[in-house]
Design a protein around this ligand. Sequence first.
Ligand SMILES: N[C@@H](CCC(=O)N[C@@H](CS)C(=O)NCC(=O)O)C(=O)O
Length: 285
Amino acid sequence: GSMATSTSTSTPIIFYDIAQRPPVAETCCAPNPWKSRLALNFKAVPYTTTWVKLPDIERVCKEIGAEPSAFGLLKEGKPYYTLPIIHDPATDSLIGDSFDIAAYLQRTYPASGAGDLFPPQKLDYAVGRDMQQLLFPLSEIRASPELADYARFNSNVDAAFTAHVGLMVHGLPLDPATAEVTKAEFVRRAGLSSWDDLEMVGEARDKMMQSFRNMLGDLAALFRKDASGPFLLGQRATYADMIVGGWLRMMRATLPVSEWQEARAWHGGIFGRLHDALDKYAEVK
Ligand SMILES: N[C@@H](CCC(=O)N[C@@H](CS)C(=O)NCC(=O)O)C(=O)O
């Protein structure tokens, strides 16, 4: 009856994101969860955020019955649990992986909010051969013909930004309550011996900033195709803008302010404009 329907549609989606230092709504910065937040807000579906501290991700995933990330295996071959995940009580679905979440939202709520997350468009951006090993394999959802272009774009953008994440890791706004455990884990993954070794400074940093700028130049060329900006399709935001936008949120939160200002202004200010234009979908709920 109508009672049951209205109850189920008013039960919000639960969105699991990584908590950084309090206040978490101001410091959250994981790029993949950010892509999902932008997509959830774009779709204007009711949801609440459950904040998970980094060392608790595996435990929480197991508690809710989420699988480890399909694509990420740590060096040692241990399952790698990641966020974002959403639980949608309306369909009793548990979906992990930011791309699959966006695909799910589009399929389940096609006309909701600002409409289509995946309108057809040409997304011609590919990282060079030297970075091919950073590309994720395509899952079934990702390889479906309507989404394949976006999936390929997502993989390539992730690879390009991941290659420069060394500029950002040391600037993560870690929660003092779990900072030591988290630092130790990042140090272990990097095969280094101390947190300070993860800080990129001096000439190495300058070089990586230069490389980052060049990489973003190829991406900026795509954004220039429609001069009415700030989005790839001009005035209309799509999931492709959010893929880049998630990474811009990470940059803003983790780079020294002067470098974030610098990056905002690169290539005619395209990325600063994109970041700000996505503010309308960036509310932390
Ligand atoms: N393919 C996944 C990757 C998710 C992912 O890498 N999430 C990161 C945050 S952006 C994470 O949960 N990391 C947990 C950790 O590093 O322990 C997606 O797109 O959602």
